[in-house]
Design a protein around this ligand. Structure first.
Ligand code: ASP
Length: 333
């Protein structure tokens, strides 16, 4: 990396920035973006770091409006000369914020989201290693035009596929369907694949909370809880369905009622990997049945990512047909 490399870092809080007031006690946000960025020159002496504290919260408290503020920060940073941007946040909602950012990020410059599983004062805290790796990925020419990437544990993942799959482990982030797109070893970034298509950025969604419940299908679900959602006037519903898109028949009946009430209903797989199918099973409650009833398949997107895509589309006033078309495009890769 030459002296010309500039990275912008925006910190929002999360475990990476936390410490406990009493040794061994619960951790709360304590480090600002500037504190986290200060040691970076030890490993990245040729990089100019511009750090900002945006928020200082645990990531379950982040709101859509905050993610839009992060997107504006990143756009401004690139406009002001940054070659890449790193966002620091808590890991609990990282897979969601990264995907929402990915939907609206229209720049070639890499936008990388990172965090840590261990608080800054924990033994073996890995936050600084993650931040160094995130900066390396954000400044690597080969990660340009790949949209938003998630970097933890020396791996880079596509925002559209990655999930937090473990509540505690350092290796908490996985892309079960395809694996990481890159790894960082000895300071080198090795990109092993890149998506064939980069979808055009969508308009920023409304900043309001997405009133789109995710209903996880479970054994013997009678559909009554989904019907209750109608009272909250949802703008869409996501079903986290069994296998490649299957639900008990009473839940399929309730979902059809929602579709007939003009509510877009998307079904994703609850398994964490793989895609919803279109033509594999024809029994009642199967994916073929759900598609015939007017539901929309999420493809490779999971329920949480589907909820954010649906929010972005209904925010733009998309009708059922264009929602289905967009899911079929973006849900395929
Ligand atoms: N609860 C924390 C958060 O998401 C967890 C973390 O950062 O790893 O803010």
């Amino acid at each position: 990396m030459s002296h010309t490399h500039i990275v912008a870092i925006g910190a929002t809080g999360g475990t990476i920035s936390m410490a406990s007031l009493d040794r061994g006690g619960p951790a709360t946000p304590s480090l600002q973006g500037e504190d986290l960025a200060a040691p970076l020159h030890q490993w990245l002496p040729d990089v100019t770091v511009r750090s900002t504290s945006l928020f200082s919260v645990g990531s379950p408290q982040l709101r859509i409006a905050d993610v839009l503020a992060v997107a504006r920060f990143a756009s401004n940073a690139v406009r002001d000369g940054a070659h890449g941007v790193v966002i620091i946040q808590g890991t609990d909602t990282l897979e969601e914020t990264a995907y929402l950012l990915d939907l609206i990020w229209d720049r070639p410059e890499p936008l990388v989201v990172t965090g840590a599983m261990r608080a800054s004062d924990d033994a073996g805290a890995e936050g600084m290693g993650n931040l160094v790796a995130a900066v390396r990925v954000a400044l690597d020419e080969r990660t340009r035009n790949m949209g938003v990437l998630v970097v933890l544990n020396d791996e880079a993942h596509l925002a559209s596929l990655v999930r937090k799959v473990d509540a505690n482990a350092l290796s908490a982030f996985k892309s079960l369907s395809w694996g990481p797109v890159a790894r960082v070893v000895e300071g080198d970034v090795t990109v092993v694949y890149r998506p064939v298509v980069r979808h055009p950025a969508l308009p920023y969604p409304q900043a309001s909370p997405p009133r789109i419940p995710i209903v996880t299908a479970g054994l013997d679900d009678d559909g009554e809880l989904m019907r209750l959602a109608l009272h909250a006037r949802p703008r869409g519903i996501v079903i986290s369905a069994m296998g490649s898109g299957h639900v008990p028949v009473p839940l399929a009946d309730a979902a059809e009622e929602m579709v007939n009430a003009g509510i877009p209903v998307v079904f994703a797989s609850r398994t964490g990997g793989g895609t919803t199918t279109q033509n594999t099973y024809g029994y009642p409650g199967s994916e073929v049945d759900l598609l015939n009833r007017g539901l929309i398949g999420a493809g490779w997107l999971d329920g949480r990512k589907s909820r954010l895509l649906l929010h972005t589309l209904v925010s733009a006033g998309a009708d059922r047909e264009s929602i289905a078309a967009e899911f079929s495009r973006r849900g395929r890769g």
